[in-house]
Design a protein around this ligand. Structure first.
Ligand code: 13P
Ligand code: SF4
Length: 373
């Protein structure tokens, strides 16, 4: 095992193309991935989000939800490269939080997040300028869900705002409202609404901000009454879970419990027994009594893995539809093998690098979150 990224093979300048890996059989890909990982040793850190497919997550050195993965990327003082098995905003966050000499790579650059794409910095800047015509924007805290571009995190850093994840949203909203009376929350309206409601904020104190409408679809008078402005964005995977699916589960499993992710719509969260991040969902099922029964509303690969890992418990996917995150699924063994092999050859591919000015302010917003614990 070597602890450096310097390749043993003669230096080369051209990366091997993805087509060299695309059609390899599963065993060969497995051999490439494990042997490169062995040779690179601790100079390489493979991080994996819980929604990754089994064939990929088993190669992750560390796994977690978005908060845990951010903390892990920030804390590592040993590796020289991080290969992020997740989506683009996670790799960007790892680049911002990791040491400057660490490079971060996403095995498939097209692994984005459709929710993150629902708010771009130009639309948020426009919303901010429109709000400034009716309200004192120094009295609004911008809060971005971590599922957002580095540019939006940077916007929050510059405007006294903060980042949140699904596991700390309540703590972050508490902090934000303790400083200023209003919050502009983007891009996930559901996480924002579910969190604010759980804090006791009435629904009529929240308004949706539709970026395609003037003043977000609000009026100058109505905007004065609202404490929380919720960007009209959502996760297309979690949007598929409906309250009727919970009714159906309860008919089949009257003593079963329903556990969902807070990106689900309010009616689903209200009807569930427990709500939390992917890490919370895993811990809850791990610690559940044998023979207990669960209906789980989150991405399919994670639910299937939990069901396999706990044959003594009944674990059902809450929706009759296939709700999988197609962008997470883009990270597959051929892309992982391609990425690792080129890293070892000294011809790294798909480096995710946030420009210094964006990273500086995004880091301010991320550090505010991380300091809250
Ligand atoms: P977690 O932070 O709970 O893992 O959620 C990330 C995500 O993208 C869920 O859709
Ligand atoms: Fe984005 Fe939804 Fe996929 Fe999570 S599950 S990465 S929010 S599209």
């Amino acid at each position: 095992m070597i602890d450096t990224l310097n390749p043993r093979t003669p230096p080369s300048t051209t990366a091997t193309p993805f087509s060299d890996y695309r059609d390899l059989d599963a065993r060969t890909l497995e051999e490439i991935i494990t042997s490169v990982k062995d040779r690179l040793g601790r100079s390489l850190l493979v991080l994996g989000h819980h929604y990754q497919q089994d064939e990929v997550i088993r190669h992750a050195d560390l796994t977690g939800d978005s908060l845990k993965l951010s903390q892990l990327a920030g804390r590592n003082r040993v590796c020289q490269a991080i290969v992020f098995c997740g989506v683009h905003f996670m790799a960007e966050t790892a680049d911002i939080l990791s040491a400057p000499e660490v490079s971060v790579h996403l095995p498939d650059r097209a692994a984005g997040c459709s929710m993150a794409d629902m708010a771009d910095v130009e639309s948020v800047e426009t919303a901010w300028a429109e709000l400034a015509q009716h309200l004192d924007v120094d009295q609004i805290t911008p809060v971005t869900y971590i599922n957002s571009s580095a540019a939006l995190k940077s916007f929050c850093g510059r405007h006294g705002g903060i980042v949140c994840t699904s596991s700390n949203a309540r703590k972050i909203l508490d902090w934000a409202l303790g400083r200023r009376p209003r919050v502009l929350f983007f891009p996930d309206q559901h996480l924002g609404r579910n969190t604010a409601k759980a804090m006791g904020i009435a629904l009529d104190r929240m308004a949706v901000w539709d970026p395609r409408e003037p003043l977000g679809g609000n009026t100058g008078a109505s905007i004065q009454d609202h404490q929380i402005l919720l960007w009209k964005g959502h996760c297309s995977v979690h949007q598929m879970f409906k309250p009727g699916h919970i009714d159906q589960f309860r008919r089949l499993e009257p003593s079963g419990k329903v556990l969902v992710h807070p990106e689900c719509m309010m009616e689903v969260v209200d009807a569930a027994d427990l709500v939390g991040s992917t890490e919370f969902i895993i811990n809850t099922i791990d610690q559940a009594e044998p023979c207990s029964s669960w209906g789980v509303g989150t991405e399919l690969h994670l639910v299937n893995r939990l069901a396999k890992r706990h044959p003594d418990k009944s674990i059902r996917f809450l929706s009759p539809m296939v709700c999988m995150c197609s962008t997470m699924y883009r990270i597959d063994p051929p892309h992982l093998a391609w990425c690792l092999a080129n890293l070892e050859r000294g011809t790294p591919i798909n480096r995710i690098q946030v420009d210094a000015e964006t990273a500086r302010w995004a880091r301010v917003a991320l550090d505010r979150m991380l300091e809250l614990g």
